[in-house]
Design a protein around this ligand. Structure first.
Ligand SMILES: NC(=O)c1ccc[n+]([C@@H]2O[C@H](COP(=O)([O-])OP(=O)(O)OC[C@H]3O[C@@H](n4cnc5c(N)ncnc54)[C@H](O)[C@@H]3O)[C@@H](O)[C@H]2O)c1
Length: 272
């Protein structure tokens, strides 16, 4: 066997939450392209149908289910169906997430009224935490039920570099939600190692996706983010595929409990 063959995910069953757009769609595409059998879960029925049709037409093994990751009963039922359909679950990407509205500074560096701490509503806090943190717990729980009896599995959570460095131009509840998800990854990795399940986080910097109503397609926002990245640019979702494939494949067998930052050096804090 050649070493590069350890990057193979051929035939593996894989679930991607939030798989109909952006980073989740890129995970789904690379897994499909590498021969995995992929199920996309997403709340957006229209995009989901569009992407499943496109990938099916391209000859890939792909299914889609409309599921809200915060709907616990629907999530457990969906994972049970997937487990039966594929005879187990090898890889899950817990990826669905939302932005958290305006930060306390806007993209020009001015104080924002809507993003100020005293103006954030409790409902807003609850919603961000429900999708970006509690739903990760639900996804891990549903996946573990399938992976533990089979004695292997890969769980990959999309956190953010905002789990590690705080951001003024991102809505405040986003940081604690992502930091919580990163902590859950480490805890689950410790617990599940003895069952052959590796749990890791991918922590992206700014990628052009549809998050925040497609904010990063807008020039002012793009440059506000890009000027804080040593590479002076925002990433394309193509650039996350290599890391996703690595973490899903046997090539990463000794990597667990890690949070791998993929942010063009933004975390280094040095921009020239
Ligand atoms: N784009 C970035 O710059 C960036 C940076 C760091 C982290 N992230 C994280 O990456 C992940 C993916 O975001 P993206 O940027 O690709 O955004 P996106 O909006 O392009 O994709 C997110 C997908 O999740 C789905 N989704 C949202 N709420 C859902 C719910 N309740 N149930 C099921 N599906 C739901 C959406 O319909 C959408 O298809 C998120 O966890 C986000 O926090 C993104």
């Amino acid at each position: 066997m050649k070493f590069w063959q350890r990057f193979s995910v051929e035939g593996l069953s894989c679930v991607v939450t939030g798989g109909a757009s952006g980073i989740g769609l890129a995970y789904a595409e690379v897994m499909c392209d590498a021969g995995a059998r992929v199920t996309l879960l997403d709340i957006d029925a229209t995009s989901l149908q569009e992407q499943v049709q496109r990938l099916t037409k391209a000859g890939y093994s792909v299914e889609g289910e409309v599921v809200d990751v915060t709907d616990r009963a629907a999530m457990y039922a969906s994972f049970a169906r997937i487990g039966e359909r594929y005879g187990g679950l090898d890889v899950v990407f817990a990826n669905a997430g939302i932005d958290a509205g305006p930060g306390f500074l806007d993209s020009e560096g001015q104080r924002s009224t809507d993003g100020a701490l005293e103006n954030l509503t409790e409902e807003h806090w609850d919603k961000v935490l429900a999708i970006n943190l509690t739903a990760v717990f639900i996804t891990l729980r549903a996946a573990t039920r399938l992976m533990k009896p089979q004695g292997h599995g890969r769980i990959i959570v999309t956190t953010s570099n905002a789990a590690i460095i705080n951001e003024a131009i991102v809505g405040t509840p986003y940081m604690p939600a992502k930091a919580g998800a990163a902590s859950l990854v480490r805890q689950a990795a410790m617990e599940l190692a003895r069952y052959g399940i590796n749990v890791n986080a991918i922590a992206p910097g700014p990628f052009v996706t549809n998050i925040a109503g497609g904010r990063l397609h807008n020039e002012a926002d793009r440059s506000a983010f890009a000027k804080r990245v040593p590479q002076h640019r925002i990433a394309s979702t193509e650039e996350i595929k290599g890391l996703a494939l690595f973490l899903a494949s046997p090539a990463s067998s000794y990597v667990t409990g890690a949070q791998i930052v993929i942010d063009g050096g933004q975390m280094l804090g040095l921009v020239d």
